[in-house]
Design a protein around this ligand. Structure first.
Ligand SMILES: NC(=O)C1=CN([C@@H]2O[C@H](COP(=O)(O)OP(=O)(O)OC[C@H]3O[C@@H](n4cnc5c(N)ncnc54)[C@H](OP(=O)(O)O)[C@@H]3O)[C@@H](O)[C@H]2O)C=CC1
Ligand SMILES: Nc1nc(O)c(N)c(N[C@@H]2O[C@H](COP(=O)(O)O)[C@@H](O)[C@H]2O)n1
Length: 250
């Protein structure tokens, strides 16, 4: 069995039509790669490639199974990602629907030089921001091709994930499957929110060491509110290359 077939067999049961239909919000997959000591990037946030080739193929195939792919502004500023599905079988690559990049950025720190605005291979991003964002920056981003949408904030002053998902689900956005890729603060917010349907974590057999970014950091601990500790169901594991993939309903 090729790696593409293995990935297909592993992922397809989670994305059947029956499992992904939701009336008020998109089906949400929360996914990221972590080390054995729970780190998602290196010292000072330095971007780390934790996934091996095989698990990266899975991540890129997963991107094609979603209408939208979301990251926080911290990931844009740190990694300058493309958020495209590239590591695909040639036949699929030609026909694939690339996911829509969606960014959470309440203060419009999004750089005009970001690949998402300047590279031909990327779709122009949708940037969700607060009602009191900087209007001059908003215009510059729109001129560069971004769609900028203001939404409500929550009681902590962060963008409201509930409002975000209800807007994303409705026309004209109509996002029915959303892949949330990180970074640390976005992972925290979604884990606390009870909004994800599926959790897919790539666990790489490496230790990163101290002073690196934890997916569940000390200050962001989900244990602050014990009621909101996520409860995993139907936990399954698959080995892809050297990595272990954990998948669970949440
Ligand atoms: N290994 C992996 O799989 C991945 C690793 N990473 C790594 O993660 C790191 C970036 O993480 P981090 O700095 O935490 O940045 P994030 O990408 O998580 O973005 C966080 C920022 O998003 C904005 N935001 C708006 N609304 C919300 C909300 N409801 N909840 C949380 N944040 C919100 C906030 O900025 P504001 O207040 O300005 O709006 C916040 O600071 C990088 O080192 C990157 O390499 C990233 C993705 C995947
Ligand atoms: N699955 C996975 N494994 C890793 O090791 C990673 N570092 C990431 N990072 C995520 O992918 C983004 C980069 O995407 P592009 O290659 O530029 O399309 C990065 O910003 C993280 O969101 N993911």
């Amino acid at each position: 069995m090729s790696i593409y077939e293995k990935v297909e067999t592993f992922l397809s049961p989670y994305y059947s039509k029956e499992t992904i239909i939701h009336e008020n919000k998109p089906f949400v997959t929360l996914t990221y790669a972590q080390s054995l000591d729970g780190k998602i990037s290196g010292k000072g946030g330095k971007q780390l490639i934790l996934s091996c080739k095989e698990s990266m193929i899975m991540t890129h195939r997963m991107r094609t199974l979603h209408d939208g792919i979301m990251v926080g502004i911290g990931t844009i500023l740190n990694d300058n990602p493309r958020l495209t599905a590239r590591l695909l079988e040639t036949e699929i690559e030609l026909t694939v629907n690339q996911p829509q990049p969606i960014i959470l950025d309440s203060r419009l720190r999004f750089p005009l030089s970001a690949k998402l605005l300047t590279s031909n291979e990327c779709k122009s991003p949708w940037i969700f921001t607060s009602h009191n964002c900087d209007n001059d920056k908003r215009k510059l981003l729109e001129q560069a091709g971004a769609k900028v949408i203001s939404i409500d904030s929550d009681q902590n002053g962060q963008l409201s994930l509930l409002h975000l998902l209800s807007i994303l689900h409705s026309p004209p956005f109509s996002i029915k499957r959303l892949m949330v890729e990180g970074g640390a603060r976005i992972i925290q917010s979604f884990l606390k929110s009870e909004l994800p349907n599926l959790l897919i974590i790539t666990i790489a057999p490496v230790f990163v060491g101290p002073n690196a970014i934890s997916c569940i950091g000390d200050k962001l601990s989900i244990e602050e509110d014990e009621d909101k500790i996520p409860n995993l169901k139907n936990v399954k594991y698959e080995q892809l290359g050297r990595d272990i993939i954990m998948v669970a309903n949440i």
